[in-house]
Design a protein around this ligand. Structure first.
Ligand code: ZN
Length: 245
């Protein structure tokens, strides 16, 4: 169910069953922004239904935090523009050429283009694999983009990090709120899973300086405080399989 964070911001909690991430929403006086599209048209529809039930307007645009399937494969169902950074766009363009059947997916596991965890969740989320459509974004930015939603702003900021080379955060300065996507996670696609120390340190420096009190992390059920997100980053470092320079 949709959860309210502040008078203007909301999120739909994640669902571990098929690795559906949290989906965010910020309502301005003129425009409403959704954060991440969802892992399938069904996930996207669930979010729109929750908005309607809460009496909230459909999003005017969707900010994408990074290209991983669970955040983007619903983009084909979006009725509004989707906004991505240039690296996310490159990844989406590449994935839009992928074939969706079990032999092609198994081949991508063999080549390391995909990982078993995502593969298994995709198979569970999509009873008909041939229905998967990966599409690129509508609006592409480099490094940073500020959206004036009317009385409230959203800053999309592409940051160095350890999870994926295209991760952006969505910062809502008036609410002191950050939608993190998966940016604080380790690198699941590296074998073994790892933290890239210098990139992780860079992210920690930026987040330390950013003025926020609350965060929505892509796969946490609860809104976290700034202190809690730094504590969880310490746990991730302690638990990761490898630390690379
Ligand atoms: Zn991810």
């Amino acid at each position: 169910m949709l959860q309210q964070i502040t008078p203007r911001s909301f999120f739909l909690p994640n669902d571990h069953e098929t690795d559906r991430p949290c989906l965010g929403y910020v309502r301005g006086d003129r425009y409403a922004l959704m954060i991440d599209a969802g892992n399938s048209p069904a996930h996207h529809r669930l979010f729109l239904d929750e908005l309607a039930a809460a009496g909230l307007p459909a999003p005017s645009a969707i900010a994408i935090t990074h290209s991983h399937w669970d955040h983007t494969y619903a983009m084909c169902a979006a009725a509004c523009p989707t906004i991505v950074n240039h690296k996310t766009q490159a990844h989406l363009e590449q994935m839009s050429r992928w074939a969706w059947n079990l032999p092609a997916m198994e081949e991508r596991l063999r080549t390391g283009e995909d990982i078993r965890f995502c593969h298994d969740c995709i198979v569970k989320e999509y009873p008909d694999l041939s229905a998967i459509r990966v599409v690129p974004g509508t609006v592409v930015y480099h490094h940073r983009l500020t959206l004036d939603l009317g009385g409230i702003h959203a800053e999309l900021i592409h940051l160095e990090n350890s999870h994926a080379d295209d991760c952006s955060i969505v910062y809502i300065p008036e609410e002191k709120l950050v939608f993190l996507g998966d940016i604080t996670c380790d690198d699941l696609h590296h074998k073994p899973r790892c933290i890239h120390q210098s990139r992780y340190d860079s992210l920690r420096r930026v987040l330390t300086e950013l003025d926020f009190t609350r965060t929505v992390e892509g796969h946490y059920e609860q809104v976290c405080t700034k202190a809690e997100i730094f504590a969880s980053m310490e746990e991730i470092i302690a638990e990761t399989e490898a630390i690379l320079p």
